[in-house]
Design a protein around this ligand. Structure first.
Ligand SMILES: Nc1nc2c(c(=O)[nH]1)N[C@H]1C(S)=C(S)[C@@H](COP(=O)(O)O)O[C@H]1N2
Ligand SMILES: [Mo]
Length: 418
């Protein structure tokens, strides 16, 4: 995402916020006692048969639960990103149709019969695999999140987009099925001086990323399955690399080549997305791991409190690239006091984790926040703490605590404190 678009982002945020406030105010006044049983024509007629939908679709009433993109954020939709509607995601799995997209050269359509994976470089026995060859190796299924390091980039200078989808939607979580990279590297036989892996994509961008061999041998997956079906074209059909817990741009889509070398191949773009200039003038250096982060997904700007004062369940997601989430604390007063939320099972390694906490809302304005703690003891920073670390003009790696302002009418706004 380009820094130049911030002014436009701000205008967009103000417009979207106004519309949401008006909508939720209407909803609040419409809340009345039930008048009696609703008309239920669906209980007195035949439904559709099994012959009209060979591939299932969501209810037509869910038409607002969709990916969205910001048309002026990038120069073309082929070099842009769409955002996951986290406000519509109930559990830790992101539906394949909701999964955010990030393309450098568009979504290509790869014929699996013509697809090949080349494994070469410092190996005893280079391999050229077809998809059928790849699927003969022992496989695993693992659930992991995938976050673009630009997630939250618009929010570094100020609270700009009044939307959970746009402030946090460059993340998704799926069950991936494939062959462990370690299995393939064992098959080709690593030479002792093979210390780095280069992964290359088959799309026009030929996106390439360098992975240290320790990570490649640890938990990386060469995946073809995504949430109960083949990988979607959006996610790199037929095969992508999963580098659990690391930044999303490492997870090369439409994977076509793995090369073993002695050193990293850092490309210009790779360098730009991994380093941030710090206040002391030094660069942060290569930072691959997605640090602990969390956000409240209900309520949020898109999902206000429509039922008036009373009992609600606050819900959200937390994740860390360093293992499991240990705890999430929720504040209702802008970070003065925190209460521990419940983590909903399963709590998995490098995976989105769901948290919940009951809230009796007294109808007064409130500032709600969530703060994640991971199993290493790392605590998610406030925006002020994150800025102190990252300096004045960062783009990437915003994992700071999000504040939602709840107003008396139940509407919710993106704000920043301090
Ligand atoms: N071949 C290829 N791989 C790619 C990209 C790409 O444009 N081409 N984009 C990268 C970036 S920047 C991110 S954040 C993730 C996004 O994955 P998704 O589109 O499945 O959400 O894919 C990464 N892998
Ligand atoms: Mo990305």
């Amino acid at each position: 995402m380009a820094k130049a678009s911030r002014r436009k982002l701000f205008k967009f945020g103000a417009a979207a916020g106004g519309a949401l406030v008006a909508a939720s105010a209407r909803a609040a006044t419409a809340a009345t006692a039930p008048a009696g049983p609703l008309s239920d024509p669906w209980g007195h007629s035949l439904g559709a048969g099994v012959d009209d939908r060979p591939y299932g679709q969501p209810s037509k009433y869910e038409k607002d639960a969709i990916r969205r993109y910001v048309p002026w954020l990038a120069q073309s939709p082929q070099a842009d990103a769409s955002f996951t509607p986290l406000q519509d995601q109930p559990g830790i799995i992101t539906a394949n149709g909701f999964f955010f997209e990030r393309y450098h050269a568009g979504r290509v359509s790869v014929n699996p019969a013509e697809w090949r994976l080349m494994i070469m470089g410092l190996v005893e026995k280079p391999l050229l695999l077809t998809l059928d060859d790849l699927k003969r190796f022992p496989s695993v299924s693992r659930t992991h999140f995938l976050e673009c390091p630009a997630n939250g980039a618009t929010e570094w200078p100020a609270a700009q987009l009044n939307s959970l989808q746009y402030t946090h939607g460059l993340i998704a979580c799926a069950e991936w099925t494939g062959v462990k990279l370690s299995t393939l590297l064992k098959e080709v036989g690593l030479k002792p001086n093979g210390k780095w892996l280069l992964a290359e994509g088959g799309d026009g961008s030929h996106l390439t990323r360098s992975v240290p061999i320790e990570k490649a041998l640890d938990d990386c997956i060469v995946a073809w399955g995504q949430n109960g079906e083949a990988l979607r074209p959006e996610q790199g059909y037929p095969v992508r690399l999963i580098v659990p817990g690391w930044q999303g741009n490492q997870m090369v889509k439409w994977l076509r080549r793995l090369e073993i070398g002695t050193d990293p191949w850092y490309t210009h773009e790779e360098t730009a997305s991994y380093t941030e200039l710090l206040p002391n003038g030094k660069a942060l250096g290569f930072t691959w791991v997605a640090e602990a982060k969390s956000v409240i997904s209900f309520p949020c700007p898109e999902k206000p409190l429509t039922g008036g004062p009373g009992n609600y369940e606050i819900r959200g997601f937390a994740w860390t690239g360093r293992g499991k989430i240990k705890a999430v604390d929720v504040s209702f007063d802008g970070g003065v006091n925190y209460s521990r939320a419940a983590l909903q099972e399963p709590v998995l390694d490098k995976c989105m984790t769901r948290f919940t906490i009951p809230w009796h809302w007294d109808g007064k304005p409130a500032l709600i926040q969530s703060r994640a703690v991971d199993e290493t003891g790392y605590v998610q920073p406030t925006i002020a703490e994150a800025r102190a670390i990252m300096g004045t003009a960062p783009v990437y790696l915003n994992n700071s605590i999000q504040t939602w302002q709840v107003l008396a009418d139940g509407s919710v706004n993106n704000v920043q404190l301090g």
